[in-house]
Ligand binder design. Sequence first.
Ligand SMILES: C[S@@+](CC[C@H](N)C(=O)[O-])C[C@H]1O[C@@H](n2cnc3c(N)ncnc32)[C@H](O)[C@@H]1O
Length: 107
Amino acid sequence: MTVFATEHKSAPRYLDVAANTHGQEKGYLVLKALEQVKTQRPHVVEIGPGGGAAVSFLASALSGNQHGAGPVDLTLIEAPGVTSHALPRAVSEFNEVGTCELAHGFA
Ligand SMILES: C[S@@+](CC[C@H](N)C(=O)[O-])C[C@H]1O[C@@H](n2cnc3c(N)ncnc32)[C@H](O)[C@@H]1O
């Protein structure tokens, strides 16, 4: 079995800085999909939120309901033992436009 590099993945300079950019690129297609779904309360799942760049982007894009989507429920699934210092802030931002829950497990 392959060993998951939990310690390296959790290093703040990797997860919270190096890998925590381009949220717009990462979240763009989700935003487009949300514009198309007819569900009143869509539920989105992100596998591997890392430092939350995409979560932050979506929170910002969905605020003010500019994209026609109502509240959105977001579930984040992060590998066990991987922790980010930046993610809690992104989760708080998302909780302003819906709900955001973090679960740990391998997808
Ligand atoms: C480069 S980061 C992702 C960044 C994030 N999606 C963003 O928008 O900034 C990759 C993340 O996926 C997680 N990951 C990798 N394989 C995974 C798996 N099988 N299940 C859950 N999370 C996983 C890693 O721990 C890491 O946090």
